[in-house]
Design a protein around this ligand. Sequence first.
Ligand SMILES: *Cc1c(COP(=O)(O)O)cnc(C)c1O
Length: 472
Amino acid sequence: MDWEEFRARGRAAADWAADYHLTLRDRPVRAQTRPGEILRRLPASAPETAEPVDDILADLDQVIMPGMTHWQHPRFFAYFPANAAPVSVLAESYVSAIAAQCMLWQTSPAATELETRVCDWMRQAVGLPAGFAGVIQDSASTATLCAVLAMRERALGWAGNREGLSGQPTLRVYASAEVHSSIDRAIWIAGIGEANLVRIPSGGPDRAMDLSALSQAIEKDRAAGLMPAGIVACVGGTSAGATDDIDAVMDVAEAEGLYVHVDAAWAGAAMICPEFQTLWQGVGRADSVVLNPHKWLGAQFDCTTHFLKDPETLVRTLAIQPEYLKTHGADGIINYSEWSVPLGRRFRALKLWFLLRAHGLEGLRQMIRNHVSWSEALARRLNETEGFEIVTAPMLSLFTFRYAPKGAADLDTLNQRLVNTINDDGRIYLTQTRIDGALVIRFQAGAFGATAEDVDAAYDVIIEIAATFKPD
Ligand SMILES: *Cc1c(COP(=O)(O)O)cnc(C)c1O
């Protein structure tokens, strides 16, 4: 394809995108295919000769699309949202066309300076104090890895990178069992070892870390000659929105000199609403904070904002400056590749800039407030419905419930069957989780295109399908 052909194809792609989004409600949310079905329809080897683009596009519609789960569907209530607002999709088209590598200031000055600016817009919007500096990472998982590496190197006086971990003191990192699996991965990759990720018991309505257990664990580790390095706290845990008391965590961390990373990958988006900022009271005292504009806010994946109180610690951990990467004489400029693991970097700031300008913070706040109030209303309705119980109350727009009709014996099996039947039906999409051992159903409202009617539809589908179940 040459650029002249691209001109017409690009216009057709924009039409396709708009049609796709405007007809999403007619499609089953979760793909209704069986494992291997798509694979079998794909040739085993790449073609030796060029194929017509029309054939490729026909296969997109006929082979690929039936096997897609529609994350932008207005009735996607599973996992977390991965919203792509139309304006951010548009921005990504420009990013694809420009296709720049934004690793150093000089490899794209505008990309670097826009990244600095939009990160600071976000910092202000979520109420982080001046002095925090932001960087856009590809994912919260990467931001957490960066934070764990920084806490490791700070604790070891930067000896880990230099000498390796053998011969170093044994590092200890503390977190509750509610944190995301990306924390375990970061601990493995950083060479700290799962055995040194100390699980602090959590409880109460917020499923928050028990702070006296945290202090005791640190004290016990010091007495045993181990080296506490940091704490990973969560605001809006993945399973049911568990939220640590950040101020109280910081009291312990500051007394012990520990590095604190706050994972607010999903819930952090809601902090653009001042009334929700109490959920992470004290966050301005943390060292590192991550939130994903690519989840709820609508910046097309991938777009993670990672805020650091002292970026120097991270840069000292990650910067490598071979001769060909040195930007001679330009001191005081930012090379964002020194803030992240990969060298190459996409121009992610552009979509966040488009998004924040096209919707305004107030437009995005309204969306989040709607989702939260619709979700609370649904939880109330389910709670008032015979046979249903709310297991964890709404944390923002996320709650869990289960179907427990009188006389039902095996509730785990019953609820798994209910989720499966709902997802096979296709009108809505939900997922399950375990709360204190019990299998429960998760609900979150967060799709960019969702309306109050879509959330009402969720109620109708749940009740209708549950009514077809005979208690056994
Ligand atoms: C989604 C999520 C993550 C992982 O985010 P990625 O950007 O996919 O790596 C981590 N922590 C929490 C709390 C999340 O909700």
